[in-house]
Design a protein around this ligand. Structure first.
Ligand SMILES: [Zn+2]
Length: 306
């Protein structure tokens, strides 16, 4: 008798949960949009950071793999573009909207990142870049370490040669302390990741080594090293930019730093500085900073300025 009641209760709960599931909205379809930059080079948009697909003679290199659940749609889209195997992923930095899809790629795929990013990925929280990330295992812990870095570099690494060559660079702290720049010299294209996410006030992830005092210098270094060997900059989340856009963005970050440091020196409080900040007229076309981003970046300048 008691058994029957338990069974009836279990059935009732199961029925109820099916009913609730049916009532919920279905998940939005994961649409990957393709922008062809060269015959053997594609940008995949949607679902997080911009993904680059480089078709080489022996296989494919993918730069960044978007939010959780987007690795498989990326793999399906790649199959439409080429029948070659994916050989490696390069992750530009540790954030979940750039690395989470890594776990959906075959375990044989090589994963290459800057050495600080390798460490950051190992310690990753489920959501990074937030002041109070939710507790729980990261996507890599949930997948027994699959998708973590297999190879790292410190300042520079070259992979392949001739038309297949890829050069990885680290020019210093900015968005995080492990922002890789991925150059395809034969195509004169460089993927900057989120150290240049678009024409905006940058997200500085201080928890992962991001720096307000260094980002302008790191961007300027990238420009001076790459301006003669690349024309197109792929941003983390925006449209493609030119090397002149990169130079301007370096200056924009230096100007922001200098302006905030001058206010600090004059004795102003961080919140007053953030409230009074307006985008300089010469940066018309830059996104107006959200109040929270502005307050955070001003505070990071204050924290880093003695
Ligand atoms: Zn990021």
């Amino acid at each position: 008798m008691r058994r029957a009641i338990v069974l009836a209760t279990v059935v009732a709960i199961a029925t109820l949960s099916i009913a609730v599931k049916a009532y919920q909205q279905p998940p939005a379809p994961r649409v990957v949009e393709v922008e062809k930059l060269k015959d053997n080079f594609f940008l995949l948009k949607g679902g997080g950071g911009n993904t680059a697909v480089f078709v080489m003679s022996d296989g494919i290199t993918v730069v960044d793999t978007k939010n959780p659940g987007w690795g498989t749609p990326i793999l399906y889209k790649i199959k439409e573009l080429s029948n070659k195997p994916v050989l490696r992923i390069i992750s530009t930095h540790t954030h979940g909207d750039h690395v989470s899809g890594n776990v959906e790629f075959p375990a044989t795929v090589d994963v290459v990142v800057q050495e600080n990013t390798a460490a950051n990925m190992k310690m990753m929280k489920p959501v990074t870049g937030l002041a109070a990330p939710p507790a729980g295992p990261s996507i890599f812990e949930q997948n027994q370490g699959k998708g973590l870095a297999k190879r790292t570099f410190k300042d520079k690494m070259t992979i392949g040669k001739g038309p297949d060559q890829i050069d990885l660079f680290y020019f210093g702290r900015g968005h995080t302390n492990g922002d890789a720049w991925v150059l395809f010299p034969a195509l004169r294209i460089v993927h900057a990741g989120d150290i240049f996410s678009g024409k905006n006030l940058p997200l500085l992830d201080a928890n992962n080594g991001g720096s307000a005092t260094e980002i302008g210098n790191s961007l300027a270094k990238a420009h001076s090293a790459l301006s003669k060997i690349a024309d197109t900059v792929i941003t983390g989340h925006s449209t493609n930019m030119t090397m002149n856009d990169l130079a301007e963005y370096a200056q924009f970050n230096k100007d922001f730093l200098a302006a905030v440091q001058a206010e600090k020196k004059a004795g102003k409080a961080a919140d007053a500085v953030a409230k009074a900040y307006t985008m300089p007229a010469k940066y018309a076309g830059y996104a107006a900073p959200a109040a929270a981003r502005l307050a955070a970046n001003v505070q990071i300048v204050f924290d880093e300025t003695k």
